[in-house]
Design a protein around this ligand. Sequence first.
Ligand code: 5GP
Ligand code: MN
Length: 339
Amino acid sequence: MKPAELKKLKSILQKPKKMVIITHWSPDGDAIGSSLGFYNYLIQKKHSVTVITPNDSPAFLDWMAGSKRIVDFSKDTAKSTKILNAAEVIWCLDFNSLKRIDKMGPLVEASEAIKVMIDHHPQPDDFADFNHHSVKACSTCELIYSLIEMLGDKKKIDKKIAECLYTGIMTDTGSFRYSSTTADTHRTVAALIDAGADNGEIHSRVYNDSSEDRLKLIGYSLSQKMVVLKEYNTGYISLTQDEQTRFNYKKGDTEGLVNYILSIRGMKFAAFMTERDGIVKMSFRSNGKFDVNAFARTHFGGGGHVNAAGGFSNDPIAEVIRTFQTLVPEYSKQLTNPK
Ligand code: 5GP
Ligand code: MN
């Protein structure tokens, strides 16, 4: 953010205002962590703030400070619309296209509020008045930390804020292992631990929160449903609604499942397809240069990052699998390149 823009933003923040924080559909650790981390900062500054999500969030994030106050647009549409329409400032966190917030998109577009986008995904749309955007950031939480720092408020980062931001950085970097993790990331994380985030405890709250059913679903998916296309260094898993019901599927239960495929030696591309809310939702991951953001944008109306992206299809799941199988050979050159 340019110094002149930062100055303007600072002056906007000076007097208490009605603010709304929005994050993307199917919020993950970074979406909720950045939203609640920033929420806890803004309420310290005496603003009146509501976090609104397009749909509900997974239970493994419900321990964060302010979590119980999140308003779910899909459940409380009238209430959220009213709050949104009254907002003077709308913060858009961890997404950069209004398509990512589903039915809230047109409301945000029509709103006269000041809009600020804080995000780390590539190819941002131009809908906000202010942008704090960097594809180099490992997470939106890292950008929230740097914004608070730029606003001269680093000392305001208390245990609550630190816990939220730590969580988003941890989940979006795969516990500090993806190449997006830099020395700066570790410096930020060190400051968050100093501010009161208990790293072991947070890891346990997020990752040791599975049900027995969840582990059985993962076991079933890996042993019965994983297909490896060895000649293309590609693998995929698909799950129908019935299969999920059989294992009492709860939101978040398949989180991280796609990553197991990439842990097979030499694997470059992994996909997960699942029947959800009447459509087929897809997750894509890659090792190395294969660009799953481009793949998701080109074929499945989605997007994301180079190594982690998602998309969807309105076709039946069997058809989506067939489409995927015919697409993969088209990328043979990239997928068999040793680099
Ligand atoms: P996940 O597979 O964990 O749901 O998402 C991986 C990454 O892709 C995240 O950064 C997420 O924001 C992005 N992503 C997932 N689904 C979609 C989608 O339908 N559209 C776009 N633009 N991005 C997506
Ligand atoms: Mn993120």
